[in-house]
Design a protein around this ligand. Structure first.
Ligand SMILES: [Fe+2]
Length: 213
């Protein structure tokens, strides 16, 4: 789930599938109370977004009229605490749900929620041939999961420094610790509570700085 909660991995993991759709260097994270979050990234400047638009519209035949401007012009992804990660465009809401079901195991549930297309054939955002296999993007996302998990469990692993692009991951972990109870999580397993209210929506020190200039 954490791998789907940042865009830092896009140029390396999705060079031909996702990278042409969004400019990962210009992503903006919004942290909401209680561990929720949102990522917004505009299309790359180089092609004026035409590429992104054409790919996003493939197969889409019905719009969600109430979807706003950000979803229509950028790639955005919502994280709903604790286990929902979804894009939202004017055509589709496509949640990935992550269900831990054992030590080092997780069930990944893929949903495509879209308006009725009217011909009995619905869109399928995440799989090929109605669940026969994961789509290329999800195959890329899950390809290294086992190895990453193994390396995280190795004695040499001491933690990961997270950048701004991964702020929602940290926000999630901070909130998970709070929900369990800060006095109940062993110190070696907890994260430091470093993200303050000044970063939680509607607060954002960068916006405050802009307004005061
Ligand atoms: Fe990905």
């Amino acid at each position: 789930m954490e791998a789907n909660t940042e865009v830092y991995h896009v140029p390396n993991i999705h060079p031909t599938t996702v990278a042409p759709l969004l400019d990962h260097r210009r992503n903006v994270n919004t942290l909401y109370a209680n561990g929720h979050g949102r990522m917004v990234a505009p299309p790359p400047r180089v092609n004026g977004g035409q590429n992104a638009e054409s790919i996003r519209e493939v197969g889409a035949r019905a719009e969600i009229a109430t979807v706003g401007e950000i979803a229509r012009t950028c790639i955005q992804s919502y994280g709903i605490f604790p286990n929902w990660v979804s894009q939202l465009t004017q055509f589709v809401l496509a949640p990935l749900l992550f269900w831990p079901n054992g030590i080092n195991k997780c069930r990944l549930e893929c949903w495509t929620i879209a308006p009725d297309w009217g011909d009995g054939e619905g869109p399928d955002y995440w799989t090929v041939n109605n669940g026969e296999r994961l789509c290329d993007i999800l195959l890329e996302d899950t390809e290294f999961g086992t190895q990453i998990q193994r390396s995280m469990e190795s004695p040499g692993f001491k933690g990961v420094p997270l950048s701004y692009q991964e702020a929602r991951i940290y926000h999630w972990n901070q909130n998970a610790d709070r929900m369990i109870g800060l006095d109940k999580v062993p110190s070696g397993l907890s994260v430091e509570q470093v993200i303050g209210e000044d970063w939680v929506h509607p607060n954002d020190p960068r916006v405050t700085g802009l307004n005061s200039q």
